[in-house]
Design a protein around this ligand. Structure first.
Ligand code: MF3
Ligand code: CO
Length: 253
């Protein structure tokens, strides 16, 4: 079997993934309460570790390729994979992307939200709203009969109409018994390309959208991805199952 083969999930497996993803959604929702000026990103990490214990789930990222935390916390010009730290304190006007995943009953859940810290500038507020909207457009394209690139096309059209740019160097992914499975799910592309979408596919769709240009780089810590032009970046992610009845957002509360 080709190792790029997309693993289809049965309806029962999709319900197991729903349970894992619902816990991700509940924990992310709880974390919103802790986002305020003066909170450190390590506080969010500690709350998450406790909540994961309480729900009896394994945090998915900790130990993944040596990543040391449960959460990725990416502030302002940080795009993804920012690391929690006691010395990184939120300030009014910041935005923070909180990315979290779990493993439960053999399956992964993965989701991310971007949360404003108090009042943010008009442009940054619009960046966050448009990024959330672009994820919804991508989700609506995740249906049988469409092709994979229809998802990225939907995201990109939404974002570029507002003058923002799509990060190219990082993409979404299939998800199931592994955190990252085929296929890669870009947030850009032409319509009608790539594999045909089928019921049983489960995809993590995760637009990373910049206020400035699309270029990013990885910091010397080996993880933190930042915009090259230091502009703000927003990120939302849902785990989505393709079903005969349309997209089923497993990580929606
Ligand atoms: N949601 C991200 C992803 O799917 C989180 C991975 S962070 C890592 O790639 F630490 F686990 F790599
Ligand atoms: Co992901």
């Amino acid at each position: 079997m080709h190792n790029e083969t997309i693993i289809l999930k049965s309806p029962d497996e999709i319900e197991t993934m729903r349970r894992a993803n619902l816990i991700v959604a509940e924990i992310l929702n709880k974390l919103k309460e802790y986002v305020r000026p003066g909170a450190s990103t390590m506080e969010l990490e500690l709350v998450t570790a406790e909540e994961a214990k309480r729900h009896k789930v394994k945090p998915a990222f900790k130990g993944y390729r040596g990543y040391p935390f449960c959460l990725c916390t990416s502030i302002n010009n940080e795009v993804v994979h920012g690391m929690p730290s006691k010395s990184r304190v939120l300030e009014e006007g910041d935005i923070i992307s909180i990315d979290f995943g779990v493993l439960q009953s053999g399956f992964y859940g993965d989701s991310a939200i971007t949360v404003p810290v108090g009042n943010v500038s008009a442009d940054v507020g619009r960046l966050v709203r448009v990024t959330a909207e672009s994820l919804e457009r991508g989700i609506q394209a995740a249906r049988e009969g469409n092709r994979l690139s229809d998802i990225g096309y939907a995201v990109q059209s939404c974002v570029e109409a507002e003058g923002f740019s799509v990060v190219r160097d990082f993409v979404g992914h299939g998800i199931g018994r592994e955190l990252h499975e085929p296929p890669q799910v870009p947030n850009f592309g032409l319509p009608g390309k790539g594999v045909r979408l089928k019921a049983g596919m489960v995809l993590a769709i995760e637009p990373m959208i910049n206020l400035g240009d699309s270029n990013v780089k990885v910091l010397d810590d080996g993880w933190t991805v930042v915009t090259s032009d230091k502009s703000c970046s927003a990120h939302f992610e849902h785990t989505v199952a393709i079903t005969p009845d349309g997209p089923y957002v497993l990580s929606r509360l």
